[in-house]
Design a protein around this ligand. Sequence first.
Ligand code: PLP
Length: 401
Amino acid sequence: MTEANQNCDSTQSVHAGEVRHKPYHTLIDPLVPTATYVFDDFADIQHFISDQNNKIPSERLDYGRYGNPTIRAVEQRLAALENGQAALLTASGMAAMTLTMLTFLQQGDHIILTDDCYRRTRDFSRQFLKKFGVQSSVVAINDFDTLEKSIRPNTRMIISETPTNPYLRVLDVERIAHIARKHAIKTLIDSTFATPFNLRPLDYGIDLVVHSGTKYLGGHHDLLSGVVIGSAADLESIRDISCTLGPIADPFSAYLLLRGLKTLALRVRHQNESALAVAHFLEQQPEIEQVFYPGLTSHPDHAIAKAQMKGFGGVISFTMRANLEQTGHFIDLLKIPYISPSLGGAESLVNQPALMSYSSISAEERAAIGIQDNLVRLALGLEDSTDMIADLQQALAGWQR
Ligand code: PLP
């Protein structure tokens, strides 16, 4: 971790991208739950149209699907936190991902996807886009020789994720950006697990960053949202398609998100520290087969993570010396984390990916993508790491394989 890696700190979490003088002299950006906006008269409409045609920035809006002041405030904060020129908030992380791909892809295009990515992203790329004549190749993360060999004349996008789910692989974002630029291919990185506190992919030459705002950005398990951040020109294209497809965020979620973002740096710093302590503890336990956490020197991407990230994130995966049922029994003994598929909020969450995120596919298919029955994913919340370690200790002590 270098001195130059000055990602979003607490001051930025609270103030980045803000407008200091708000309507009614409020301190807090107001929640504006309106579906539409009104015009005073004919001249007011003409003025609005003229500003739009001449691309003159204006606070004026005409309809809820095209914009909202609360949503705008969050977009400005998120663009600033990621060091991007512009952002678009969406109803969910998947809405941001699919909208972005639909904006830049057309029939006959080819995309490259790295493995160990979020299952729905893989399904969308491999199955849904195929229906519209977009072909995809999957390559192992950080296998840059295969990646370059997979590039075709019609390759338009490289899509990756960092750290990945569930094995917490860390992408060398600088290297992937360099290769993509050489071939004039757009890069899209799902940085949900990293957060802008730990990594800012745009600083390394990545074109577009997507987050599931449902996770660390919101930070309280009480909203669903997504965001895509990048250059003003790319975001204008994405916004235009969003106005047609309509996967927009709702103002109340945006309000909660803005509130949650103020503590982003505090929360993520704590989660980084807790996860590292818990990962070190787990690595010492005879019942644990392998721990996957980029902060551990045993992790294959530790060196990349150390060079590019400010912290290693709040999620740990580990395999147990056990089968599916025995692993489930161990999870049942934990008292602090809730059993749930999400991550990034105040409450720690634990899940068994073979049962939760991947239950709809066969054991053979799970094995093919590396989802083992004895795999556990632990997403640290805001509890103290000492309490979490004590909880893991009591569960291991009481566990009967
Ligand atoms: N990307 C990653 C890495 C995720 O973990 C998730 C959800 O778990 C998503 C995208 C999708 O986000 P959302 O649930 O907000 O649509």
